[in-house]
Design a protein around this ligand. Structure first.
Ligand code: GTP
Ligand code: SPV
Ligand code: MN
Length: 590
């Protein structure tokens, strides 16, 4: 029985039922009893494997098809009325043609399957920041993941009432055919259609499709921002907490930074770190004129490989119960999971992520490099007490960053907001396994939003400039970091992880005007002695720190060509403030 009388929902649903022809329709009410039924069914059909109830209570393993393990950026479309509105960094198709193509692919594909109808809220139910979506899907895996990643169920529909302000999400896994796989956003119609995939970011439509692509478009029209940013709080020994948002591309350290454990010397002095979000921020100007952010998600869809007790204790703890693991290895001795670097030794007796025997002398990975855990935020030992705050948390600093073996220094500060927007627009990073395609290639990834901006990126930059005008002197300061600089032997120069707090600490001091800096060609760079390296003896010296903070003018001049080429794609649409910043940079490094 329908859980709502909302006509806009029921009409839309009727259309989709007629199109795909499901055996039956099941509304997801959010109750534990219903979810438990679905888990049992998924175990029966082999869609999920129940893991060791003692060691990993409530946890399951799921394997996707080997051709379906990451986002597919060249099959992700932004279908605005004109190609110009989507811009040169998005793939576009004419909306009418695209609907037809997708409906032809989806026709009668639910035959013999159940249609699950998931009402969900991005953000705490009824927060002024929050938005509601309905996702229909033929995958129990999607239902169970959405139930972790978002707030699902009847209360969401009650909150929506008769309104037609909700995001339409239609998913059909079809035959998981990569040739017919499409992830499509129709921003003007508040609609998302995803076919022929059953993997994470392609099918959990509340996440990248809604909370970034559609929401960035809504934000532009409504005066707020949707960003690919973590949110963390840092409490100092005086008990004051300041919040930072940081945008890094996929698999470049957001989850790790959001959950970092302070170095010993900071813990002793009483520093604490709290996680508000690890992937997405919805940000708006608050009543006091400052910028406030919420995390619209309710779970972590985190990268498994590399996560261990030492690198990210809090993330690992978060996965110890009620978690779904995707594409990791299965330890046959105790029916638990394993991935690269979880422990020093791999399990002797295991299946790899494809479910094949994994011989002990195999040179293949046990887990896929983009294998993931879906864990409830409430499992996180350092979850911020402000996580559910419907008003969000006030942001003191915004950080951009990426993987750059050379070029970008450990940290630098932009000269002002507009220059900071330039720094974000000029971001580049080495590609990772989070998307299909080559790994390790440097590409432009403005604000870490290249795959996620739902409209013309030049207009998105314009929106950033506008937000700066509205915030005036209450705007957060903008910084850039690079944890991934390498020495000539190819080793990371900075220890990273918990030690990144040393850099955040400099950033917060800059926000409070408590520390000086060197004005360089690219912005304000720390004096090496102002980055605390106490306790890092043998790992980082003042000399190596100076190396990490150095600005190589030749490399920067080379990089300005990349930025110039990027801007040139937009045919004069790039805001003049950014073009001026580029000219200044070129002059400075010539
Ligand atoms: P998405 O979920 O794809 O958006 O990724 P993310 O940005 O949350 O990245 P995550 O924190 O999962 O980190 C991805 C990879 O970067 C992992 O293999 C980490 O081990 C590695 N990593 C994270 N932080 C650091 C760091 O400070 N230094 C180094 N060298 N590696 C890091
Ligand atoms: C990312 O790729 O940035 C992710 C994983 O957070 S996904 O949900 O697949 O987009
Ligand atoms: Mn992400």
């Amino acid at each position: 029985m329908a859980l709502t009388t909302n006509k806009s929902i029921l009409d839309w649903l009727d259309e989709k039922i007629e199109l795909v022809n499901p055996d039956k329709v099941l509304w997801i009410d959010g109750s534990e009893a219903q979810l438990e039924e679905l888990r049992k069914e998924a175990v029966q059909t082999g869609e999920m494997i129940k893991l060791n109830e003692e060691k990993l209570p409530g946890c399951y393993l799921h394997r996707t098809k080997p051709n379906d393990v990451a986002r597919v950026e060249d099959r992700t479309l932004i279908c605005t009325p004109t190609e110009e509105e989507a811009g040169p960094t998005n793939h576009w198709k004419d909306p009418e043609e695209c609907y037809k193509m997708l409906y032809d692919i989806a026709r009668v594909t639910y035959q013999g399957r159940t249609m699950y109808v998931i009402p969900y809220s991005m953000g705490p139910v009824a927060s002024p920041f929050s938005k509601i979506g309905i996702e229909i899907t033929d995958s129990i895996y999607v239902v169970l993941n959405m139930a972790i990643m978002t707030r699902v169920g009847k209360e969401v529909l009650d909150c929506l009432g008769d309104s037609d302000e909700w995001i339409r999400g239609f998913h059909a896994k079809c035959d998981v055919d990569p040739e017919k796989r499409w992830i499509v956003q129709f921003p003007q119609d508040n609609t998302i259609i995803s076919v022929n995939s059953a993997y994470g970011g392609n099918v959990l439509l509340g996440k990248k499709c809604f909370a970034l692509r559609i929401a960035s478009f809504l934000g532009k029209n409504e005066g707020w921002m949707a960003e690919h940013m973590l949110i963390l709080g840092i409490e100092n020994p005086q008990g004051e907490t300041k919040y930072i948002c940081a945008a890094f591309p996929s698999a470049c350290g957001k989850t790790n930074l959001a959950m970092l454990i302070p170095p010993e010397s900071y813990l002793k002095r009483g520093y604490k770190v709290f996680t508000v979000g690890d992937d997405i921020s919805w940000i708006r100007k608050g009543p006091d004129g400052r910028l406030y952010a919420i995390n619209p998600e309710n779970g972590f869809f985190g990268v498994a490989p590399g996560t261990n007790e030492k690198s990210n204790f809090n993330a690992l703890e978060s996965t110890k119960k009620n978690t779904i693991f995707t594409n990791v290895a299965l330890n046959l001795d105790d029916n638990t999971v394993w991935w690269e670097r979880l422990t020093k030794e791999r399990p002797a007796n295991a299946l790899d992520w494809k479910g094949n025997p994994w011989p002990i002398d195999s040179t293949e990975n046990g887990a896929h490099p983009n294998s993931r855990f879906t864990a409830p935020t409430k499992n996180c030992p350092c979850l911020s007490p402000e996580f559910e705050n419907p008003q969000g948390v006030p942001i003191s600093a915004i950080i951009f960053g990426g993987r750059r073996a050379k070029l970008a220094p450990l940290v630098y500060q932009s000269r002002d907001w507009n220059h900071g927007v330039f720094v974000g627009s000029a971001m580049a990073s080495e590609t990772t396994a989070a998307a299909a395609g080559a790994v390790g290639v440097v590409r432009s990834d403005p604000m870490a939003m290249l795959p996620f901006c739902g409209y013309n990126m030049a207009d998105y930059w314009g929106h950033w400039i506008e937000m700066g005008k509205k915030l005036g002197d209450k705007a957060p300061k903008i910084f850039n970091v690079n944890w991934f600089r390498k020495d000539d032997e190819g080793n990371f120069m900075w220890p990273g992880f918990g030690d990144n707090l040393r850099v955040l600490n400099w950033i917060l001091k800059r926000c409070d005007g408590e520390v000086g800096a060197k004005e360089t060609e690219i912005g304000f760079v720390p004096n090496a002695e102002d980055i605390n390296i106490e306790g890092l003896e043998g790992e980082v010296s003042i000399d190596s720190l100076n190396d990490m903070l150095s600005v190589d003018k030749e490399l920067w001049l080379e990089d300005t060509k990349r930025i110039e080429e990027l801007y040139a794609k937009f045919n004069g649409r790039v805001p003049k403030e950014l073009v001026e910043s580029l000219e200044t940079l070129k002059k400075n490094v010539q």
